[in-house]
Design a protein around this ligand. Structure first.
Ligand SMILES: *[C@@H]1O[C@H](CO)[C@@H](O)[C@H](O)[C@H]1NC(C)=O
Length: 199
């Protein structure tokens, strides 16, 4: 959502971190691009101001920040945290055309008794919003509809095969795939490049 053209302007960065930036920023021709893997956290964070519909300002947001060590690398500034925003993720998949997703930091959710997914936006009077709002004022006011999934309450950081993940963790992964319509091929369960499950 920080893309200068397709993000929540003016709360964006100065370039195109979306897939199009591979061509415009790196000078790689569109024709040679193959599969595109989207890297997304198992929950949502945002740095600085700007609309963040699923932001959690309560205890759950604090726990996500603590477990996920969501503090700026150079500034130490706490990042804003909340549940995964499926509406924004779908929009990202549309803009980027991801062939698969890399779901990182799934282990951060291990201590939650229940996990939520922001599945739809509504206006303040309850009218469903069909697609990601282009109007920032509307986006700032949306109400989020959540789906609640069971937590798994166990340490998954040493798991390296998909079938060994607790059932509730697999349910979470598969529900995201179903809602977004893009397969999740990689799952991160701990910091470090080797801590990856191939699905
Ligand atoms: C998935 O994300 C992790 C964390 O950013 C990274 O280390 C890994 O290389 C990524 N793998 C793929 C295939 O995108």
């Amino acid at each position: 959502m920080l893309d200068i053209d397709f993000g929540t302007y003016p709360f964006v960065t100065s370039s195109s971190p979306s897939a199009g930036g591979i061509c415009t920023g790196l000078g790689i021709a569109p024709r040679v691009l193959g599969d595109l893997v989207g890297v997304v956290k198992a929950y949502t964070t945002r740095v600085g101001s700007g609309p963040f519909p699923t932001e959690n300002l309560g205890k759950e947001g604090d726990l996500l920040r603590l477990q996920g060590q969501e503090f700026g690398t150079t500034t130490g500034r706490p990042r804003r945290c909340g549940w995964l925003d499926i509406v924004a993720l779908k929009y990202c998949c549309q803009i980027n055309g991801f062939s698969s997703l890399n779901l990182t930091k799934l282990d951060v959710l291990s201590d939650f008794p229940a996990i939520q997914l922001g599945v739809a936006y509504k206006t303040s009077d309850g009218t469903p919003i069909k697609s990601f709002p282009g109007d920032l004022r509307l986006l700032e006011q949306v109400k989020v509809e959540y789906e609640v999934l069971p937590g798994w309450n166990s340490d998954i950081s040493n798991v390296r095969s998909y079938s060994e993940l607790p059932k509730a963790a697999r349910q979470y992964v598969e529900r995201i795939e179903e809602l977004v319509g893009v397969p999740i091929h990689y799952i991160g369960v701990r910091p470090g490049r080797d801590a990856l499950i191939y699905k």
